[in-house]
Structure formats: structure tokens, C-alpha cells
Design a binder for this molecule. Structure first.
Ligand code: SF4
Length: 451
């Protein structure tokens, strides 16, 4: 998962992009980068680390120019190193060009092999670089036509930002898996993975970029162009369940409101389960638990002290680090737990190892009973669209029955939200256009090859 942000026609472009990327930091913490358009010459900077570690005042001052595209990275394809940091920057036969990508190209392996066979030399191991080599090979009459014709060769998920001198172009894949939103502010245009970053920089959200649509921003104006027909809109439901910030708006409602509603749905589906308190695994579990509490009249209690300085366990690409941070980040508050029977809500259950540790720590702190409630259905299939879920074999729900999972995690009860309730809550009762493949195994696009 990654975050992308662009701002155009603004004298403070690099500073605004910094604030935008900082707001999107939850989407990726490995590397950060920006490319700015300084009077027709593109300037580039990226480094490993968090946004506030990568960009000093001096670096931002050097990124002169009134338009900037930026990226923060969490790797799903290609390893975690500086070569793979984005935006990727090229001096190509098309002139200076930069690209920032959120998503995962599912036919990347085949396309890369074809391009290499024809002589292309790749500078990174990311799937994102493929679009640039395709563009260099198959050209149209102008940049937007070149982008449009080559996007049609890609399968999988992508929200792209392109920058060439005088132009910023955004694109969203025909299924709209990953988000891309257009905003505006005093003559500037903004493109962002989430609406919350537009709010934080002081802009206003205009609208989502539609699936299969390009937005071309040049000379202070935005134009729209379709590069693919309106396919089936299947935005990733996991954006609401886990990834997006609570103040981001998706499908017409904030993520926080959707999570409250999901919690209430869970309470309705678990109406026969009795407990003294309901609590959530921070951070996303808290909103679910508050919604559950309101619906069930079971008192909400925060039972964990969350250490905010450890990073997100799901986001750490390395298993050893993931386990270490999981242990470090949540400490039970013992006297709120002792002798209590607790409904504990988490967003999802993937491997089961984190739940096992959390439940173990609550039991050790004296909890009488733990009913584990999951705010989504069982994850049975991997994601090929840019979220780092494990292989099918590593997904616990793929190998064990619900009762065996319950025993493995050490819970007294285990409950999953139904898919029907999840879709209803995320879609505000109306919008049902979601990818739910990790819960159903039914992928909205063909999965051809993987790197
Ligand atoms: S498979 Fe799951 S995580 Fe991946 S895009 Fe679909 S809903 Fe999102």
C-alpha cells in the first residue's frame, strides 16, 4: 500500500505536499519522495524513512517549483530500498518524466519479461516502472494519449500520478481498486489518495477520479478523459476496514462513521453474547467497539495503552519486526480487565498470531473471558491488488475451522461479521461496488502472473 499526493500552481507546493504526505503517512512508512516542476525542469528527491525524516526545510526549499507530485511507500512488489522509492524519475525519449503509483500490476511479470527481451533496462524492481518503459515503446500523438494507450495494457490496480514539464496527470484503473481524489484550493489543484489530506492542507474535495479516467492538469486547468470504458467499479473494501484514516471520506461517508456502523452491525449479529465490557484493538478497533457499545448497551472500556511510536504491525514488511512491534505497542490496563468478561473487536484476522498475543496478554492481566469479534468476514484469499496479505497457505481461515482458530488464538468465543453487513455498512446502504475478493476468493479481474 502507498500514498500519493500532488499539488499544482502554488508557490508553497513542496510545503503543501509535505503536509499532504505527512497526513497520508499511515499508507506507507518505508520511503518518501517528491518531484517538483521548476519552470519546466523537474527536480527530484527521495529517501528511506518517514516524511518528517526525509524532508528537511532545506530539501523542501530546493524542491522549487509551483507543482509537485509526492509518494510514500510500503512495498508489496519489489524490495524495500532506495532504488524502489518513488516518484520514479526518468530522462527518457519522452523528455523528463516522473511517476508515482499506488496499487499492484498483476501482469507485471509478463510485461517486464517482454520489455526486457526487447532491450529495456529497468532501474528498479517495482511493477510501477513498467508503465514508463511501455510509454517509451508505444507512443501516441501526445503525452496523455501515450499514457492512455499504455494504461490499457496493464492489469490489476493502480492510481498513478505522472509529471512532465508543465503537466500533472492522474489516472485510476478501470475497477477503481485504489482511491484517487481531486481537490481544489485558491486556483491550485490537488490529487490525493484520501480526502483527509486535502482537508488538512486547507483544500476542498471536488470529486473522486472515476475508474478508467485520466485527469490532466495544465496551465491552471483540469481536463478529464476516459482511457477505458466504465467497467465494474470494485473499490477495495479493506480501505474502509483497515487502511484509510477515520476522517477520510469513502463512498459518501467518513471511514469513522462506516466503522461505527460496522460495530453496530456486529452487535446485532452477536446479540446473544453477554459480556461486562466491549473494547477494541487500537486504533481501528476502537471505532468498531464504540458502535458495538451504542447498539448493545454493553459499556465501552479502553483496555489497552497504545504506544504510538512503534509503527503499524501490519505495515512492517518483515515477519521478525512485525512480531516485535506487536508485542511492543499494546499494554493492557490491568485493573480495568481483571475479572471481566470482554468482547474484544479487531478489524480483521489474518494469520491469527497477533490476536493470540493480544488475548494472551489480556488473560494474563486477569480477564475472565474473551469473546473475539472480527469486524470483517474470514480472510481466505490473498490480495493481488496492493495489500500485503500473506499467501493462501498462511491465512489461518484457509486452514482451520472457526472453532480451531478460536482455540489457537485462546479466545472463549470467535465471531466474524457477515459479508452482507460489511458491504452495507461500508456502502452507506447504497453503494455496493466493492472488491471483496480476500473474503470470497472471487477476483474482479483476471490474475495472470505475479513477480
Ligand atoms: S482482495 Fe481484499 S484487500 Fe485486495 S483489493 Fe480486494 S478487498 Fe481489497
Amino acid at each position: 500500500m502507498c500514498g500519493i499526493f500532488a499539488v499544482t500552481d502554488n508557490k508553497n507546493a513542496s510545503k503543501l505536499a509535505y503536509v499532504g504526505l505527512f497526513t497520508l503517512q499511515h499508507r506507507g512508512q518505508e520511503s518518501a519522495g517528491m518531484v517538483s516542476d521548476s519552470g519546466g525542469r523537474l527536480l527530484y528527491y527521495s529517501a528511506m524513512g518517514l516524511v518528517n525524516e526525509v524532508f528537511s526545510n532545506e530539501v523542501l526549499a530546493n524542491l522549487k517549483g509551483r507543482s509537485v507530485i509526492g509518494h510514500i511507500r510500503y512495498s508489496t512488489t519489489g524490495s524495500s530500498n532506495l532504488k524502489n522509492a518513488q516518484p520514479l524519475f526518468f530522462n527518457s525519449c519522452l523528455g523528463q518524466l516522473a511517476v508515482a503509483h499506488n496499487g499492484n500490476i498483476t501482469n507485471a511479470g509478463r510485461l517486464r519479461a517482454e520489455l526486457q527481451k526487447a532491450g529495456a533496462i529497468f532501474q528498479s524492481t517495482t511493477d510501477s516502472e513498467i508503465i514508463i518503459h511501455l510509454m517509451a515503446k508505444y507512443r501516441g500523438r501526445n503525452l496523455e494519449e501515450t499514457i492512455a494507450k499504455n494504461l490499457r495494457r496493464l492489469e490489476g490496480s493502480y492510481s498513478f500520478l505522472f509529471m512532465a514539464p508543465g503537466k500533472v496527470i492522474g489516472a485510476r484503473d478501470p475497477n477503481g481498486f485504489r482511491p484517487l481524489v481531486l481537490g481544489g484550493m485558491d486556483g491550485s489543484h490537488i490529487l490525493s489518495s484520501e480526502t483527509c489530506a486535502i482537508d488538512v492542507v486547507g483544500g476542498k474535495t471536488v470529486r473522486e477520479i472515476e475508474p478508467g479516467e485520466l485527469v490532466i492538469i495544465e496551465k491552471g486547468k483540469a481536463r478529464f478523459k476516459r482511457f477505458a470504458g466504465a467497467g465494474s467499479f470494485t473499490r477495495c473494501i479493506f480501505e474502509t476496514v483497515y487502511f484509510a484514516r477515520p476522517d477520510a471520506e469513502i463512498a459518501g461517508r467518513t471511514v469513522q462513521t462506516a466503522r461505527y456502523e460496522i460495530g453496530a452491525m456486529l452487535a446485532r449479529e452477536m446479540k446473544d453474547v453477554k459480556a461486562d465490557i466491549v473494547s477494541g484493538v487500537p486504533d481501528s478497533g476502537t471505532a468498531y467497539a464504540l458502535g458495538f457499545s451504542k447498539e448493545s448497551w454493553i459499556a465501552y472500556q479502553a483496555v489497552f495503552m497504545r504506544n504510538h511510536y512503534t509503527g503499524r504491525s501490519f505495515m512492517q514488511p518483515d515477519q521478525a519486526l512485525r512480531e516485535f512491534t506487536a508485542r511492543l505497542k499494546l499494554a493492557p490496563i490491568k485493573d480495568l480487565i481483571r475479572g471481566k468478561s470482554i468482547i474484544l473487536i479487531d478489524d480483521s484476522l489474518v494469520r491469527g498470531t497477533t490476536s493470540r498475543k493480544i488475548i494472551g496478554s489480556l488473560k494474563k492481566a486477569g480477564a475472565k473471558k474473551i469473546h473475539m469479534a472480527i469486524a470483517s468476514p474470514a480472510v481466505i484469499s490473498p490480495c493481488y491488488y496492493g495489500i500485503d496479505t500473506p499467501t493462501k497457505e498462511e491465512l489461518i481461515a484457509n486452514n482451520l475451522s472457526i472453532d480451531k482458530i478460536r482455540r489457537f488464538i485462546g479466545a472463549d468465543g470467535l465471531y466474524y461479521l457477515s459479508l452482507e453487513s460489511l458491504v452495507k455498512a461500508c456502502g452507506n446502504g447504497g453503494d455496493r461496488n466493492f472488491c471483496t475478493a480476500c473474503f470470497t476468493g472471487k477476483y474482479p479481474t483476471k490474475i495472470t502472473s505475479q513477480d
